[in-house]
Ligand binder design. Sequence first.
Ligand SMILES: Cc1cc2nc3c(=O)[nH]c(=O)nc-3n(C[C@H](O)[C@H](O)[C@H](O)COP(=O)(O)OP(=O)(O)OC[C@H]3O[C@@H](n4cnc5c(N)ncnc54)[C@H](O)[C@@H]3O)c2cc1C
Length: 431
Amino acid sequence: MNAGHPESWYAATATPFPTLPALEQDTRADVCIVGAGYTGLGAALELARRGVSVVVLEAAEVGSGGSGRNGGQVHTGQRNDQVWLEKTVGRDDARRLWKMAQEARTHLLGLIAEHDIACDFRHGMIHARHKPGGEAEDAAHVEHMAHVYGYDQLALIGQDQLTHELGTDVYHGGFVDRGGGHLHPLNLALGMARVAMAAGAVIFERTRATAWRREGTTIVVETLAKEGRSGRVTCDQLILTGDGYLDDIAGGAAKARVMPINNFILATEPLGQRADTIIRSDAAVADSRFVINYFRKSPDGRLIFGGGENYRPGFPPDLKAFVRRHMLKVYPGLSDVAVTHAWGGTLGITVHRSPYVRELAPGVRIAAGYSGQGVMLAPWFGKLLADAALGDGEGVALLSRLPTPPFPGGRLLRWPLTVAGLSWYAMRDRL
Ligand SMILES: Cc1cc2nc3c(=O)[nH]c(=O)nc-3n(C[C@H](O)[C@H](O)[C@H](O)COP(=O)(O)OP(=O)(O)OC[C@H]3O[C@@H](n4cnc5c(N)ncnc54)[C@H](O)[C@@H]3O)c2cc1C
């Protein structure tokens, strides 16, 4: 369980947000939502906006899961690329999934603009190749997206241009996505919570949902507050979220398909004039490693750098040193710069990196396993879960067609097998 907000640069620069009460009694709502990250809040604000009574149960604090800890990178499209989707679910569903992802982007930017959510959204996302070769693959991708999907926001960048743009010569070229971007993730989550509450959603913090059961035509959700008090929510529909923090309430099928892994980020001190020579266009950057390095600048000229992960409960003891090693491989010239913050978070991955979205039982739906790409998608998937709760299940049905097999090895062996597999791919980054 996440204990609350880590000592991140995001928490240090969060817009003020009230401490919300824990649930101390029994209550009723049309829809109960478990988890106050982007997915749960996206569902809550949609339901509340449409006049549905909604209660959100959050085991820790609003946005204290991946939604308040992530790299803030806003990726275009689904987590799987369109060619993989075409092969896996066919051209028609691949097109629908692309359209859905574009709707997710419009929704996110619309939310930020309409509700004036102060999360510093900035445009531009650079994909940088960490190995030589691969130009043809990038060119084919840019071409495919333009001609099959009409997406003209991608442009190739050569090695020299990229070196000038980023202020490092470790990359071999790549492409820019002008439709992507980056933002302050925690302020997005807090902003979404404010909008949901203003529309009538009730959020309880420090309140874990421990079990649910059907009683006649209703669903009963049992809760346990951190303060030790228990409660219960009686509802007609239940929405389960959790991503990397997914726990037993989601059931064995979900837990077999969504695996938690930890990923880490640092923030440097403000770089002053040096900031002008690093990522000149102010885009976000993600490289092509299996364990990706991803970085961007904060509005006050810090480098926010994500790198390194582990596959067991608990974070490395010295996170600043752990992530700094990755940063110095990309920016050796920053060895004299102080790291002011470092933190970790947990995200849910699936075997094929497709999100796990299902109706688990009548009236009980789940979305998790964004595999590191939930900033743009999760608020919209929350909206789709809300639509399904209100009778329009088209979006959830489409996402349910994405294959999300259980991790190999069954409940006992899946951890060692998956960790061995992930470690092998991580090692290949170093070759
Ligand atoms: C370090 C890191 C970097 C990342 N970088 C990026 C990035 O740059 N771009 C990107 O698109 N994505 C990124 N991600 C992924 C992104 O953060 C997630 O996909 C997204 O936040 C998922 O939102 P969510 O609401 O589904 O889950 P979360 O935000 O993780 O929220 C789940 C919530 O559910 C609560 N919960 C769980 N079980 C219970 C229960 N039983 N009762 C009550 N509450 C419960 C948890 O306390 C938690 O607050 C990153 C993730 C991490 C950890």
